[in-house]
Design a protein around this ligand. Sequence first.
Ligand code: HEM
Length: 454
Amino acid sequence: MLPASAWLGALRTWVLILAYGLLAIPHLLWIAAQALRGADGSFGSRLGRALAAPDALRTGFDFARAFVPNLNLSRRFITAYDNRGSALVTRYDDVKDVLRRDGEFAVVYAPRMMAVTGGHNFFLGMQDGPDYQRDVSNMRLVVRRADIAGRVAPFLHDTAAALVAAAGTRIDVPQQLTQRVPARLLAVYFGTPGPDEDQLIEWATLVFWYLFADLKADPELGRRALTAAAGLRAWLDDAIRARKAQPLPVDDVLARCLTLQAAGLPGMDDLGIRNNLLGLIVGAIPTQSKAAVQALGQLFEHPAALAGARQAALCDDDEALTRHVLEALRFDPVNPMIYRHASCDAVIAPNTLRAMRVPQGTMVFAANLSAMFDPLRVADPRSFRTDRPWSDYLLWGDGLHSCFGAHLNRVALPAMLKPLLRLPGLRRAAGAEGRIDCQGTPFPVHFRIECDPV
Ligand code: HEM
């Protein structure tokens, strides 16, 4: 028999879920009314843009978790990948369940991965199996978690500090810092600088957009992304050839790949090395830049948290700083939803009142942003707290395909933001310049902050 306090706790949680759901209704109506009054584009496109803002998305998910936690729609929201309709999953347990049942809810990216590599899949586009396990294992042998503390972290800290110091009292965060740091890490640690830094950033960003965020299959974007992919492939092919012709006395990821090749490891021929490095480069730059910018944006939205993060940065308390940065990202994660394709008829949340049958071919949106605000699993979800268990966070997926760079991200995001947070008088630039500007892309392009002279 459960004690009375447990019943009371459960009752309180359910009251909270219903209250958040009811409170969401006026907020959503207000968003719709604002969209009705706008002038740019159709009502539908204005509403879609407004609902994609992080606080609007969180509100929409508050409503869904309370009243329609699992929702099946016949409409196809994604046309870039084959599907017969869509389903939305919003509760923490169900989001994790979908991401972990990779046999039933499969990744969809293979056709575009193959277009990007010129014919081969990359492991994020694969189902579990020998090829997936071979490629992930090979990449873990060359991109080692053991490198993070002693080699990668110091490089990231020094690089970010130097970029911020060079910027003076005004800095355009993505342009001058958060795109540059991952690109420089790839140059030095991976041995893949690209023809130049700007070109590498542009290629990676376009290809990432095409693979993961071009949901409507825009032909113009497709053309630009495939041109970028061809450029990146050709550059990597040349780099591998040159390194083999003239090995360098360095211990970088490319050198390690060639060592594995010499040892005869399956999957590490030139093409295998190239495609794996291509996938990692594309996964690393736009994601880390976007995550760092959005975390900073959320710190500005939460002034007490910003003060806490600044204090942690000034005291060199990297553990506290990491907690502030990742908690900030919880409010506006890079991927608010992760999508999967039902490879067979399946039931989500089986044996519960919210059980939902999804037919084979359905595109299932597992809303990890919503999961991280589910009061059933996350304590006091609307508060900015730095004492949460790490299991509350679903910032980089879950299950088979959870992010290859997860451990790197934990170090890289605080490292990039630390020198900014230490600046005296840190503030947003005035007006629109001090807001994240994506210029119609899925990625922050400008976000200007200012400080007092150091
Ligand atoms: C803060 C930055 C990052 C975010 C927010 C992020 C997010 C994610 C997410 C959500 C997934 C799961 C995708 C899915 O299940 O469909 C994922 C997978 C992946 N990420 Fe990241 N990522 C980041 C940085 C990186 C970095 C730095 C790398 C490379 C070093 C990387 C490489 C990958 C790869 C290869 C996968 C596929 C893993 C697999 O299939 O086993 N990511 N990432």
